[in-house]
Design a protein around this ligand. Structure first.
Ligand code: FES
Length: 243
């Protein structure tokens, strides 16, 4: 029997323990339960100057209940400092509760299938780091398969998923439940909260979004697909102010 019979879990993902979940509060912060590890990570460049890997930054002390900023104005990021009450930011949720796969396009390769839902782009750019994942998946050979897998698995928002063509099973690496505050020095900005390892995100109205292994929550306040990141942090050059 499934651990979460009433929640939708994306194929290839496993739900984090019940105690770890995130509530999106109406016009307020993310309320995080269950003390998942919280840390800063930097998107580090590869030799070609493109997204190469995530490098660990500062580790924050997690609390049993903690409030994380989603308006982009906290002076104590990634935590909320109450600034949302003093600024004009539209924090209304607009994301669909539909499984991500429903809005995805499919690209067929010799051994793998790529699915891509562009509404969930977190702009981490591992998919376009000198090579393009949409081309790589269509090329035959181990080297291309491994590169495709690397690009997909680093996709911060889970926009990209990869499938084994023979078995039609997802190719996804299980992740521990944790939250990363992403920094993107290559773009000169801070990025989303990468929510890893099947942490359930509950909307302000109590409905749960699909549980996924990789997802990105907006913390700049500017996404048009809240609570999820849509890459707007890069155009507004969001700065979280964390040293
Ligand atoms: S953090 Fe990416 S759009 Fe807000």
């Amino acid at each position: 029997m499934s651990q979460h019979p009433i929640f939708v879990i994306q194929q290839g993902s496993s739900a984090a323990p019940d105690t770890i979940y995130i509530q999106v509060t109406a016009n307020g912060p993310y309320k995080v339960y269950g003390k998942p590890p919280l840390q800063q990570v930097f998107i580090e460049k590869n030799a070609a100057g493109q997204s190469g890997r995530y490098a660990a930054g500062k580790t924050f002390t997690s609390k049993p209940t903690m409030y994380l900023c989603r308006c982009g104005h906290s002076k104590n990021a990634p935590f909320c400092d109450g600034s949302h009450a003093k600024v004009e930011v539209d924090l209304a949720e607009r994301a669909s509760f539909e499984p991500l796969l429903n809005g995805s396009m499919e690209i067929d390769g010799p051994k793998q299938i790529l699915t891509d839902n562009e509404h969930y782009c977190g702009f981490s750019r591992f998919c376009d780091n000198g090579k393009r994942v949409w081309n790589e998946v269509q090329l035959a050979g181990k080297e291309h398969e491994q590169l495709t897998e690397f690009m997909v698995h680093n996709c911060v928002a889970g926009r990209l998923l990869l499938w084994d063509k023979d078995s039609m099973q997802p190719i996804e690496t299980p992740l521990d439940a944790e939250i990363w505050a992403v920094e993107d020095p290559g773009m000169g900005c801070s990025g989303p909260l990468m929510v890893r390892g099947g942490i359930r995100v509950e909307s302000g109205d109590g409905t749960s979004y699909e549980i996924r292994n990789r997802q990105a929550l907006c913390r700049c306040g500017m996404s048009s697909n809240k609570p999820f990141c849509d890459g707007s942090h890069a155009s507004v050059k969001y700065q979280d102010g964390i040293e």
